[in-house]
Design a protein around this ligand. Structure first.
Ligand code: NAD
Ligand code: WQD
Length: 336
């Protein structure tokens, strides 16, 4: 079985490629390298000890993408390609709507024309908005996103639901990721943000390696055990394994299913800092800063549905996430 991976050179995509190859799937990667480098895929090949075709291209380039479906036999698509910086999406909403929503619509049209109707989509816990109570489960009402990035995920979920209503021969798996962190245990692939990291763990890693002097903790007056924000951090290799399970299920059934991929455990910002310090024996200087606009206090998953239906649960704990992040960062201080 052959899987097309859009955005396969990126952080989650590259880890998923390794796990798919390990599970004996054939893969084809399509990426425009707008937020990644070809080197990540060279390392995927090295880690898996296998070769696979790579196409440099944009999902909005219908001619190029259609060519891939003509040349390769594609049984299903895992669709990671998209822009993901929350702050940037507020400055450039049209670019986000065009790339994420426009790109996905084009991909779906080409898939339909090629008769390939199986897709796994990268959604986000951000679609739960700020009104639901934790733990978030898949039956809760979605909406109330606080930035254009989140809204693109919400709209794409709606587009996929409408598509399935119009044609129930599609197999669609919407995966709502919580907070992916960590790296492959080899330290060869990992998260490689451009510029100043927006997310907590890459920022901590850059403080640890001496690139940034101090971590700003955004708010210590939330209604949480220590006042700092609480999130459901998930090891990226566990997340990758969730994709293998989701795509395997797609190959045998039609339908539209939504799954949370999280551990079900919430950790605060200070929990993360303390665990990173303990596991890696490195001090992370912090300063308390004002709350960040758009942040919610607490977010964690009810991860039962993925357990029951996909047979998937996260295997790696916070120590593993902190150790593997540092192993990647210290071996690749400047990324790829
Ligand atoms: P990433 O930026 O590392 O990977 C995305 C990849 O897509 C990059 O390689 C980029 O070059 C490529 N890409 C972007 N636009 C493209 C286009 N128009 N055509 C072709 N390729 C394109 O991001 P990631 O963290 O690996 O995230 C993967 C997906 O998961 C994204 O859709 C993201 O929104 C979603 N997601 C990520 C997180 C997270 O915290 N990392 C959480 C929830 C959901
Ligand atoms: C985690 C916690 C911050 C940085 C984002 C997106 C979401 C999804 C995952 C893509 C919060 C605090 C952070 C820092 C801090 N992405 N923090 N200092 O905001 O939960 O989720 O990434 O799909 O859509 O919104 O993740 O890592 O940015 O923040 O104190 O320098 O760390 O306030 O409590 P978030 P994050």
């Amino acid at each position: 079985m052959s899987i097309l991976i859009t955005g396969g050179a990126g952080y989650i995509g590259s880890h998923t490629c390794v796990e798919l190859l390990k599970a004996n799937y054939d893969i084809v990667v399509y990426d425009n390298y707008s937020n990644s480098q070809p080197e990540s895929l060279a390392r995927v090949k090295e880690l898996a000890g296998k070769d696979f075709p790579i196409y440099e291209g944009d999902i909005r380039d219908t001619k190029r993408l259609a060519e891939v479906f003509n040349v390769e036999k594609i049984d299903a698509v895992i669709h990671f390609a998209g822009l993901k910086a929350v702050g940037e999406s507020c400055v450039k909403p049209l670019e986000y709507y065009d790339n994420n929503i426009g790109g996905t619509v084009k991909l779906l049209q080409i898939m339909r024309n090629a008769g390939c109707k199986r897709i796994v989509f990268s959604s986000s816990a951000t679609v739960y908005g700020s009104e639901n109570e934790v733990p978030f489960n898949e039956n809760m009402k979605v909406g109330g996103t606080t930035n254009p990035y989140g809204t693109t995920k919400l709209y794409i979920e709606t587009i996929l639901k409408d598509l399935y209503s119009s044609d129930n021969t599609w197999s669609i798996s919407i995966l709502r990721y919580f907070n992916p962190i960590g790296a492959h245990e080899s330290g060869r692939i990992g998260e490689n943000p451009n510029g100043i990291p927006n997310n907590l763990m890459p920022f901590i890693a850059q403080v640890a390696v001496g690139k940034r002097p101090v971590l700003s903790v955004f708010g210590n007056d939330y209604e949480t055990k220590d006042g700092t924000g609480v999130r459901d951090y998930i090891h990226v290799v566990d997340l990758a394994d969730g994709h293998v399970k989701a795509v395997t299920r797609l190959l045998t059934k039609t339908g539209l299913d939504i799954y949370n991929l999280g551990t079900g455990i919430g950790y605060s910002v200070l929990d993360i800092v303390k665990t990173f310090e303990k596991v890696n024996n490195i001090e992370i200087p912090i300063q308390i800063a004002p709350r960040r606009a758009g942040d919610i206090a607490v977010c964690y998953a009810d991860a039962q549905k993925a357990k029951v239906e996909l047979g998937w649960t996260a295997q790696r704990n916070l120590d593993d996430m902190c150790r593997d992040t540092w192993n990647w960062q210290k071996n690749n201080p400047d990324g790829y």
